[in-house]
Design a protein around this ligand. Structure first.
Ligand code: 26Y
Length: 801
């Protein structure tokens, strides 16, 4: 279709939808009605491709992957869908013609926040990448009634409000009653002789109905639309339950757990894990058989990928179905299961490794527990003779009254991967070392990736358009083609155009901050950004100590050298993570102090933007000059905001951790600011117990003064929180080596600030980052999964010369 035809088509269908659905004229329509009408037009365009894709997969018997994830974090869909349909600029034109505020229309869409952070957003980036590279891949998860809490600050403290994201219609989803599955919990189970042989007999327990809601995942500029299937818990028809029993059952999909660091081992969470795992596996096997295939061919038609250990119960659940419902032998069932399932690990933090009490597990999932006992027994038997009792014990799924999910996942899958090279090495050397000695061939690395379409093409249209003028558009579908930009590193005119785009984006963010927070930002200053969940190991605190260092320097001497900076934080803390919430309070109070002090606020400002999520990321990232990726080395599995920020021309201020290392290598060391201890040093301190925070405090007078500011009244209103932070650093010896990296961080910030003064040289570094970002496209990441783990074909992604 011609551009002009597309515009006409879009305009006509939009206006027809508005009148047909809401019986209003354009002039009288609300932003929400305008959004819903345009979204409906997009949905209909997607729907026809979706039907054809589903029929095509069924008719050709194409192998499909099902990405099981307890979190998906889609954000808003409309802009991304218009982009993928090749209609984004056309929609802008239509709205301009009609005098409609397109941004207001887009912002009327709710931001779907069914995830906590990196892991959930990665799953959604994969949902965008898979159809875009013509890969048959679907998502399987939970349709939480309430997503991640909405964050607000009251007196600088985080308060949490429920995220009632379904209060307006969700245009994108389709309820599929005919696909519902029953999921069984509790009761007891014993084995009895039946005409089919020895089979389990269930007594008592409850049934929950899992009802799927499907959303079409559109590919970029093609006809592929895959399925994201999210399950909702209901009471099965005909079952009589009291009102309170009903709410207990429905609570299984009631809300997302807002903790991504501390495994709490809560009963409801285990129910959630089983809920979408069981419903998903049952549904997959049902269709496999209905399509006329044998169970033995399952690994040839289906790959099931588990996103961290949360869906590990897929493994015993599949065994249950194959053994109990279809009478396969253990060996047959185990072969099918392990050849179907693969597993990604996302964390090195011991406290985030899932373990369940055996008592709780057995009470909730008695049959699965029996099967895990048998997996455990066979595992011990298989490894004990060669590797010894101690090894068998260390690697067993059942140990010390707990079910160890990472062990079960490692044993029951054919592939295990980490999410950045360093992380994958640490898995092999430490966290999963025993399993690596057993099965080295199972292990690999799959470095995370991001979708440039959302974070660049859609969120930073001016940058993308500018790039098009220089290297054409091939990079939009072949992201590594963006390296062609390197040719323009000396093109001053281009560099200055890049600077203009960055400035525009800073102004756009500043307008938002002014409107929503009443603060006027200096858009000529360095926008120094740290956006991610709040965690001690991510070290927002180190950034804060740097801010206090500048503040005290300026208070002491208003002419002290400090390059003007706007420090931008955005982060949610898990509601039960008390220390993280104390850090939020301290940052907010420092922000208050700094922003209201005329002696310093020409040179520094601090803004903590509340309620971080996908949509705010899309606003903040294009405006960033500096990307703070400052976790303790060896703690951040990969990171993904680091990739989004580099793609938008932010320079990394980073420790040698996770994918930071790859980003620095790709962009060139001279185009990033690396600092701090490396992983070996960190591990060595942990092993030798030779780290002394007190010693560092005593020997660095500047740092001494900064830390004292936390407890001596310099910063108003943080008596308790300042003391808590101080104590964690000094009394508790600073678990994450904030003080150990302080001097190096401050020196690097100073150098960075000096470098920023040469705008051309700085922008050349930004350009190097943008040009190196292609390899971090999720398109390549999922292609690697498809080639090396799932064994599923996809479109070639060869670079053009
Ligand atoms: C079990 C429960 C407490 C739990 C819930 C959520 C544990 C972990 C999580 C989520 C973890 C997560 O988001 N991990 C991040 O995954 C990203 C994608 O791979 C990585 O880039 C990032 O380094 C890692 O922290």
């Amino acid at each position: 279709m011609q551009q002009s035809d597309k515009v006409t088509m879009l305009k006509d269908s939009f206006l027809a939808e508005l009148e047909g659905t809401f019986a209003v004229s354009l002039a009288d329509a609300t932003d929400l009605q305008r959004y819903q009408s345009l979204a409906t037009v997009a949905k209909k365009l997607i729907a026809s491709k979706w039907r054809l894709t589903k029929e095509n997969y069924r008719d050709t018997g194409a192998k499909q992957v099902y990405y099981f994830s307890i979190e998906f974090l889609p954000g808003r869909y409309l802009r991304a869908n218009l982009l993928n349909l090749g209609l984004l600029t056309e929609a802008e034109e239509v709205m301009q013609d009609l005098g409609v505020d397109f941004n207001a229309l887009l912002e009327a869409e709710v931001d779907q926040g069914l995830g906590n952070g990196g892991l959930g957003r990665l799953a959604s980036d994969f949902m965008d990448a898979m159809p875009s590279i013509e890969l048959a891949g679907n998502g399987n998860g939970i349709r939480y009634r309430y997503g991640l809490f909405r964050q607000a600050f009251v007196n600088g403290y985080q308060v949490e409000y429920p995220d009632d994201w379904l209060k307006n219609d969700n245009i994108w989803e389709v309820r599929q009653d005919s696909e519902a599955q029953v999921v069984h919990y509790g009761g007891s189970v014993y084995m009895a002789e039946t005409p089919d042989g020895l089979r389990p007999v269930y007594q008592g327990g409850v049934d929950v109905l899992a009802v799927p809601y499907d959303t079409g995942m559109s590919g970029a500029n093609n006809d592929v639309v895959n399925t994201l299937r999210l399950w909702s818990a209901e009471v099965p028809e005909g079952v009589q339950v009291s009102v309170s029993e009903r709410s207990v059952l429905e609570s299984i999909s009631g809300e997302l757990y807002p903790d991504d660091s501390n495994e709490e081992g809560r009963r409801l969470r285990l129910r959630q894990e089983y809920f979408f795992s069981s419903a998903g596996v049952q549904n997959i096997i049902k269709h496999h058989l209905a399509d006329g295939y044998s169970l033995h061919s399952l690994p040839f038609q289906v790959a099931i990928h588990i996103n961290d250990t949360h869906p590990t119960v897929v493994i015993p659940e599949m065994m249950r179905i194959l053994l109990d419902e279809h009478g396969l032998s253990w060996e047959e069932a185990w072969g099918i299961t392990t050849r179907t399932v693969s597993y990604t690990n996302h964390t090195l933090l011991a406290e985030a490794l899932e373990r369940w009490s055996q008592g709780l597990f057995q009470a909730e999932l008695p049959r699965l527990f029996q099967l895990i006992q048998e997996i455990d027994r066979r595992h011990r038997l298989a490894v004990a003779s060669e590797h010894g009792e101690d090894f068998a014990w260390r690697t067993s799924p059942l140990q010390d009254g707990q079910v160890h999910m990472a062990r079960l996942a490692a044993i029951g899958s054919h592939a295990i991967n980490g999410v950045a090279p360093l992380h994958s090495e640490l898995l092999k050397d430490k966290v999963l070392h025993d399993f690596y000695t057993l099965w080295p061939e199972k292990f690999s690395n799959k470095t995370n990736g991001i979708t440039h379409r959302r974070y660049m093409h859609a969120a930073n249209e001016s940058l993308s358009a500018l790039i098009d003028t220089k290297i054409g558009e091939s990079w939009r579908s072949l992201p590594k083609d963006i390296t062609k930009l390197n040719k323009f590193a000396k093109d001053e005119e281009f560099l200055s155009a890049l600077q203009d785009v960055k400035h525009e984006n800073k102004v756009r963010l500043a307008e938002w901050v002014k409107r929503n927070m009443g603060l006027e930002l200096n858009t000529d200053a360095i926008f120094d950004v740290q956006i991610k969940r709040l965690h001690a190991y991510k070290r927002q605190l180190l950034h804060l100590l740097g801010i206090l260092t500048d503040y005290l320097a300026l208070k002491h001497d208003k002419n002290a050298y400090v390059a003007p900076r706007v420090h931008i934080f955005a982060a949610k803390a898990a509601p039960s993570y008390y220390y993280a919430k104390q850090i939020i309070k301290v940052i907010n109070e420092v922000a208050n102090m700094v922003n209201n002090d005329a002696a310093v606020n020409q040179k520094m400002q601090v803004v903590f933007i509340p309620n971080y999520g996908v949509s705010l990321a899309e606003l903040i990232i294009p405006a960033a000059d500096v990307s703070e990726q400052i976790s303790t080395a060896g703690k951040e599995a990969s990171g993904t905001s680091n990739m989004k920020l580099m793609a938008n021309g932010a320079l990394q201020l980073a420790t040698m951790d996770g994918a930071n290392i790859e980003i620095i290598r790709a962009a060139g060391e001279e185009n990033a600011y690396a600092f701090g201890m490396d992983t070996d040093t960190v591990y060595s301190h942990y092993e030798k117990h030779d780290y002394s925070a007190q010693g560092i405090y005593d020997n660095n007078p500047v740092l001494h003064r900064v830390l004292d500011a936390l407890i001596d009244g310099t910063i108003p209103n943080i008596e308790e929180e300042g003391r808590a932070v101080f104590d964690s650093l000094i009394r508790d010896n600073d678990e994450y080596f904030v003080l150990g990296d302080y001097a190096s961080y401050v020196a690097t910030q100073t150098r960075l600030g000096q470098d920023y003064q040469n705008k051309t040289a700085w922008t050349r570094k930004a350009l190097a980052n943008i040009a190196a970002s292609g390899e971090f496209s999720a398109d390549y990441t999922v292609a690697e999964y498809a080639d090396e783990i799932w064994n599923i074909p996809h479109k070639a992604l060869a670079q053009q010369e």
